[in-house]
Design a protein around this ligand. Structure first.
Ligand code: 13P
Ligand code: SF4
Length: 365
């Protein structure tokens, strides 16, 4: 059998050549192939996606497709979710295996198990604490939630998931993103004095037993390196220049940024809201640069201005790893009968992870 084509050869091709190869391969593979693209992908890759969306929409699409190959232009945890939701019945492919998520890497099973064991010294977490993992996490953390009466959430359903969680147990352990957890809980009327941060490098997360007993939200000390670049001062500056302007932010931003924003929601929500605006509207958008630039180009002919929130260029460098070279390499290998970079979650992890994901999909339906 012929050997797989090598990425080194594709890295020497220019974008135009890769483009032509991607178009040709898509034609040859037809309905056997489904390319999913997250909104943070660069244009050169995004334009080839059959479906685009936020992480919730993409996981729902992945669970429904009949395609034999799902090529996920996104990051590692998204491809894992696609594999879990399709029961390993499809070949899910991540064009560049280095496309991870630095926030997802801020929590791991060893540290979450240690946290659970430390909580067990103070209270009975399996009776009193619902573990909730943001979908931006490794599959074994979703499995942890499935094994402990917990659930998964995305940025577009975090509130419904927290309501579900508090209806069952009095506390929530939320990982890995402290900001999504804090912003959502605050909107539900939970005071900051009822939230603690779990610093995974300190005993008891840096908290006293009394503070743990009193807390309703236990927030893992993780964050997104892209969204932490957006500051309240950026919003103040925009409002002084454009008092009539509107501000929209992703909930991975800090509380101070979300509280100064007019609207807060997932990438899909941001696109929907800005697309519904009137000529003459002016937006400041606090999320990843590729999405904002594309939205600005789309809205310009409609007389709507879209500005990026930070004065410095900040984009998701791991989303950016998926380039036309890796996509062309992946697809040409499929045409040649080779599946490269397949993401496969072991069955003993996939089973409880799927239970936690399906609970989420039931809660949002
Ligand atoms: P969405 O759920 O809005 O797509 O967000 C995913 C993500 O990684 C944002 O940083
Ligand atoms: Fe992860 Fe942040 Fe990139 Fe989203 S933007 S994939 S949370 S590093």
């Amino acid at each position: 059998m012929a050997a797989a084509l090598k990425i080194e050869h594709f890295n020497l091709l220019d974008d135009g050549e890769c483009d032509a190869r991607i178009v040709a391969a898509k034609k040859l593979l037809g309905k056997r192939l489904c390319i999913l693209g997250h909104h943070y992908q660069r244009n050169e890759v995004f334009k080839h996606a059959d479906f685009t969306g936020d992480s919730l929409k993409l996981s729902q699409l992945a669970s429904k497709t009949d395609a034999e190959f799902i090529v996920f232009c996104g990051v590692h945890f998204m491809a894992e979710v696609a594999d879990i939701l399709t029961d390993g019945q499809r070949s899910v492919i991540l064009p560049d295996l280095a496309a991870g998520c630095s926030m997802a890497d801020m929590a791991n099973l060893v540290k979450v198990n240690k946290c659970w064991a430390e909580l067990s010294e103070i209270l009975d977490p399996d009776q009193m604490v619902t573990p909730v993992t943001y979908i931006n996490s490794a599959a074994d953390l979703k499995a942890f939630c499935g094994n402990h009466g917990g659930i998964v959430c995305t940025s577009s359903n975090a509130r419904a998931v927290l309501e579900w969680s508090f209806a069952r147990r009095e506390k929530v352990l939320f990982f890995p993103d402290q900001h999504l957890g804090r912003n959502t809980a605050k909107n539900m009327g939970i005071g900051l004095d009822q939230m603690i941060v779990w610093d995974f490098n300190k005993p008891l997360g840096g908290n006293t037993p009394e503070a743990i007993r009193a807390a309703r939200m236990i927030l893992w000390k993780g964050f997104c390196s892209v969204h932490q670049m957006f500051q309240p001062a950026h919003i103040d500056n925009f409002r002084s220049r454009h008092p009539e302007g509107k501000v929209i932010s992703h909930p991975e931003n800090a509380l101070q940024v979300c509280e100064k924003s007019d609207f807060v929601g997932s990438t899909e929500y941001i696109l929907r809201t800005v697309r519904a605006s009137q000529p003459g509207d002016h937006w400041l958008v606090g999320t990843e640069l590729n999405l904002v630039n594309r939205l600005a180009d789309e809205m310009k002919p409609k007389g709507v201005k879209v500005e990026f929130m930070s004065p410095t260029v900040c984009m998701c460098s791991t989303m950016f790893r998926t380039d036309p070279q890796h996509l062309a390499w992946t697809l040409d290998n499929l045409v040649a009968g080779k599946v490269v970079n397949q993401i496969r979650v072991p069955a003993d992890i996939a089973r409880p992870a799927k239970a936690a994901l399906e609970l989420m999909l039931e809660v949002v339906d």
